[in-house]
Design a protein around this ligand. Structure first.
Ligand code: NAD
Length: 437
């Protein structure tokens, strides 16, 4: 089978590479010329574990190609996946301009049947708009060519993307024709050996499923952050509460970790977009509005702890940050809580020293040289008045505290992800504070 993936970002590149891995001929398309030129040379533009070798292997086998021109490969393929970005518009709704631009290019250039699958996260009703745009372009050309649209929202997690794509909990596919269902079944059949389910449904339900899933996950995070903040006030330990409630199978153990707020390219924008969709339909998502409000407050929690530690006098202090990415195992800093924290620290007159195993370049690209970029985690804490743990990368789990204690100016550790043990840290001579106890 031959397919095209339009949009070669976190989702598109992983999707294309994984389909190539099971034997499909894939052309990945992106309008970003630099990205495509790098990929053609085997340089991977994102950090994702295991992706580089898989891309190189499939390029060598000639199953994976890259181009900036959708027109050039469109009539060689039967199925086109659209995985372009859907960033938030100024009012919070999803910006569909890239998705509709792809539809327009398809309508202007297709010469025979196509199945156009939207993988991007898009609001209910987008497939209908994609269909209308393609039809409009065909009408302009005076052509009557059959085509189908489908919705196949992606649930992969950055940092575990390949394994999530290869063995997902489920694949959701929204279709409205038998032909589209057959094509999608054929494409996903090789993955079924990994024992997951493809759930076919109508298109609006598939589009809605993605938003409902991300909103539910964001809700769990904000709920636990709220509980954690209350735990601090009443003298309870949120870690204990978490294991207490997580052992109830109706609740489950996952996604119950308090921290310094969710970030990333998905939760913030998808929660916003769902609130907006409701608004446009005369309904108010009360729970989700609270989820957002709690999250915004939570991004300031570590900074408030620092202020408390220094009685509000933090001007001129050296503050070390471990972790910049919105979560471990990725270089993605979109909506990362670290950015909010850095901004607050700089505004308060602190000197900020940062280290992240994967996001240093991305951070430089975003904020430039207004912070000190440390060579490693130990360089970051040199002369630091406080260390803030922002992203729970594995390499931060068991540092040499004896070395750190000597190099820090003041032994204060503020743990935004609850990865260290309070008692142990205090025994080692640190002033330690975490979230929710
Ligand atoms: P991304 O920004 O990493 O990649 C999008 C790519 O699309 C960019 O490389 C951009 O240059 C390209 N593009 C834009 N317009 C184009 C066009 N007309 N033709 C060809 N290429 C074009 O975005 P992403 O993180 O991969 O997300 C893509 C979609 O998938 C979004 O809707 C997102 O919500 C959704 N999603 C993301 C994740 C994730 O973890 N990142 C997970 C699930 C779903």
């Amino acid at each position: 089978m031959k397919i095209a993936i339009v949009g070669t970002g976190y989702v598109g590149l992983v999707t294309g590479t994984c389909f190539a891995e099971i034997g499909v001929n894939v052309t990945c398309v992106d309008t970003d010329n630099n990205k495509i030129e790098s990929l053609k040379k085997g340089i991977i533009p994102i950090y994702e574990n295991g992706l580089e070798e898989m891309v190189l292997r499939n390029m060598k086998a000639k199953r994976l190609k890259f181009t900036t021109s959708l027109e050039s490969c469109l009539n060689d393929v039967e199925v086109i996946f659209s995985a372009v970005g859907t960033p938030p518009d100024e009012d919070g709704s999803a910006d569909l301009s890239y998705v509709l631009e792809v539809a327009r290019t398809i309508g202007r250039n297709m010469n025979q049947y196509k199945l156009v699958v939207t993988k991007s996260t898009v609001p209910v009703g987008t497939a209908r708009k994609v269909r209308a745009v393609i039809q409009e372009e065909l009408d302009k050309r005076g052509l009557n060519i059959a085509f189908d649209v489908a919705s196949n929202p992606e649930f992969l997690k950055e940092g575990n993307a390949i394994s999530d794509f290869m063995s997902p909990d489920r694949v959701v596919v929204g279709v409205e024709s038998e032909r589209a269902e057959k094509l999608m079944s054929k494409l996903y059949k090789p993955f079924l050996l990994n024992n997951f389910r493809v759930i076919f449904m109508d298109i609006p339900s598939a589009e809605m499923t993605k938003y409902a899933a991300n909103s539910m996950l964001a809700t769990r995070i904000s709920f636990m952050n709220d509980i954690a903040n209350l735990c601090e006030l009443v003298g309870a330990d949120v870690n204990m509460v978490r294991s207490g409630i997580g052992s109830d199978t109706r609740i489950g153990r996952k996604f119950l970790y308090p921290g310094i707020g969710y970030g990333g390219s998905c939760f913030p924008k998808d929660v916003k977009a769902l609130i907006k969709t409701a608004e446009q339909n005369g309904y108010t998502m009360r729970v989700l509005s609270a989820v957002e409000e709690v999250n915004e407050l939570q991004k300031g929690v570590l900074f408030d702890k620092l202020m408390k530690q220094f009685n509000g006098n933090i001007e001129g202090k050296n503050i070390a940050l471990w972790g910049l990415a919105f979560k471990p195992e990725t270089d993605d800093m979109r909506e990362a809580p670290s950015l909010v924290l850095i901004d607050k620290l700089l505004k308060a007159g602190c000197h900020v020293r940062v280290y992240d195993p994967a996001s240093m370049e991305e951070c430089k690209r975003r904020i430039g040289d207004i912070v000190y970029y440390a060579c490693d985690m130990y360089d970051a804490v040199l002369d630091a008045d406080a260390l803030m743990l922002v992203t729970e990368w594995k390499e931060f789990r068991l540092p040499s505290w004896a070395v750190i204690k000597k190099t820090m100016a003041q032994q204060i550790v503020l743990d935004g992800r609850n990865i260290y043990d309070k008692k142990e840290m205090e025994e080692l001579g640190f002033i330690y504070s975490c979230i929710g106890k």
